[in-house]
Design a protein around this ligand. Structure first.
Ligand SMILES: NC(=O)c1ccc[n+]([C@@H]2O[C@H](COP(=O)([O-])OP(=O)(O)OC[C@H]3O[C@@H](n4cnc5c(N)ncnc54)[C@H](O)[C@@H]3O)[C@@H](O)[C@H]2O)c1
Length: 483
């Protein structure tokens, strides 16, 4: 059954007995979270708030510290947009992973643009922080308070379904209840180092990501055949070939014959491999069942601010800087802010595509507004600029100097197995053709990243900055993290 939770009720959710579980209290709702394991958690809720047809849906989130008198009096303003989404009032977007970094920003952005939005999330990302003793640099509110605050400011409701997409019963009920016209699937374990901690995290990552995506595909086939799947892949699926990287497909001439084939994938962690498996499964179901899908091979995202998350501190997005979840630029800015040398892994020639979180939300909106055709497996490379790690370090050093910070850089042994000097030229024109207006790093580095890092530098745990996971030393023994 779908777990559309009204947190004014207290619901006790048993975890499966074969999981290592941890109880948490989330704003009055007692929830048992399964932590990582070779099987995937599911919330086997027996009693639900929601029953019956969509017209009877319960979609108000009641948990908040906000007094009822502060409920929204204002009506939503129709923000100007250069993205056409005619008929968008009828567009119902399910955002799987909507409590995460990209998903939260996207949920608010689409809600602001008058899409009907539902967040589906099992909150496992918050649980990873608890397992590993990590925390977002920015203080983040509970999902319930986030949604309640959004409503109080804009008058817009975001539905919330708490549950695991690996639990097909839950996902089915969620689909039947919300009836999405688009599904944006962010809901995966997304850290390469996390997937390389030990065997159980490697297995968890592949199970969570691959089975979750297969379930989403079956749910679309069964309940919502017209629904457009927008799936977050990663540029890391391609690896670093010594030729240009195309957008999803490459035309090959071989022994006098020619064909356009999926671009070769050379993933370099169990996480990245899970994304390759996802891409293959999606491509197959587009052919076999006529699913319409867009695979967004996203680069490394940086920044924390969007127009919507800036509206109130309870809407702040998460900002990961630690050695496991922190992305390179976010981590460098935090290091600069606390006077820690920037830690370049190895030679620093590793080059990747990058984009601002404000462009992530724009790209997803563009993909939804211009859906793939029935049976089409469309691939967009979603990044705006490419940089080597050394180039990023130089940019942060320069930006630090403008704030009077003397930034130092050191090279540390590379915990990953990857080329440290290589050719890299990845195409990324399809989203630009649809109308993407990029925020370039040169304009936003100080404003959107470094100043935020400086503002919250007292919250930095410097013990979390150095890399702690080695690609070569991964073993079968569960690795525990010492306090
Ligand atoms: N952040 C980046 O730089 C980046 C780069 C490339 C691709 N991506 C992809 O974008 C997506 C989102 O990344 P993010 O940085 O926002 O990650 P995140 O960890 O912040 O968010 C993922 C969200 O999904 C939820 N989730 C995970 N497994 C789930 C499950 N089985 N059922 C329901 N919810 C589940 C988590 O609780 C979390 O809230 C991921 O698929 C990731 O691979 C991210």
């Amino acid at each position: 059954m779908a777990h559309l939770i009204s947190t004014s009720c207290s619901i006790s959710i048993p975890s499966r007995s074969n999981f290592c579980s941890k109880e948490q209290n989330i704003v009055g709702t007692k929830v048992s979270f399964a932590s990582f394991g070779s099987q995937v958690s599911s919330f086997s809720l027996k009693k639900l708030i929601h029953r019956g047809e969509r017209s009877q849906r319960v979609c108000t989130i009641h948990a908040t510290t906000l007094p009822l008198t502060e409920e929204a009096k204002t009506q939503p303003s129709s923000a100007s947009t250069n993205i056409s989404h005619e008929g968008s009032k009828k567009k119902r977007v399910m955002i799987i992973g909507g409590d995460g970094y990209c998903g939260w920003a996207t949920a608010l952005h689409l809600s602001k643009k008058n899409y009907e939005v539902a967040i589906v999330d099992n909150l496992v990302r918050r649980n990873f922080d608890q397992q590993l003793g990590l925390d977002s640099l920015t203080p983040i509110s509970s999902i319930h308070n986030r949604i309640r605050r959004w409503k109080s400011i804009t008058g817009k409701t975001i539905d919330l379904y708490i549950g695991d997409v690996c639990d097909f019963e839950f996902l089915s009920e969620t689909f039947k209840s919300f009836e999405p016209t688009s599904v944006v699937h962010f809901g995966e374990q997304r850290s390469a180092p996390y997937s390389m901690i030990d065997r159980s995290r490697a297995v968890y990552t592949q199970h969570n990501n691959v089975i979750g995506t297969i379930n989403v595909l079956f749910a679309i086939k069964e309940y919502s055949e017209e629904c457009h799947l927008v799936k977050l892949g990663t540029m890391g699926e391609y690896g670093t070939p010594n030729i240009d990287i195309e957008e999803g497909y490459i035309t090959i001439n071989h022994n006098g014959r020619s064909d356009t084939l999926p671009y070769p994938k050379q993933a370099s962690s169990f996480y990245h491999l899970s994304k390759v498996h996802d891409s293959n499964n999606i491509a197959f179901t587009c052919k076999a069942w006529g699913i319409r899908a867009t695979d967004l091979n996203q680069g490394v995202v940086y920044g924390v601010r969007t127009d919507e998350t800036d509206m109130h501190e309870e809407l702040y997005n998460r900002f990961d800087y630690d050695g496991i979840f922190g992305t390179a630029l976010n981590r460098f800015c935090v290091q600069a802010a606390v006077g820690h040398p920037l830690t370049v892994y190895g030679k620093g020639g590793q080059t990747r595509g990058y984009l601002d979180i404000r462009d992530t939300v724009q790209c997803v909106e563009l993909a939804i507004a211009n859906p793939a055709q029935q049976g089409e497996f469309r691939v967009f490379n979603q990044f705006t600029e490419q940089f080597s790690v050394n180039e990023l370090a130089a940019l942060v050093t320069k930006a630090g100097a403008k704030l009077g910070i003397d930034v130092k850089t050191i090279s540390v042994p590379n915990p990953r197995v990857e080329a440290e000097e290589h050719y890299y030229n990845a195409k990324h024109s399809k989203l630009t053709e649809l109308g993407l207006k990029p925020h370039l790093l040169s304009d936003s580095l100080l404003d959107s990243v470094l100043n935020i890092a400086v503002k919250f530098k007292d919250r930095v745990d410097t013990k979390q900055i150095m890399p702690s996971v080695s690609w070569k030393k991964i073993g079968v023994k569960p690795k525990t993290i010492a306090a």
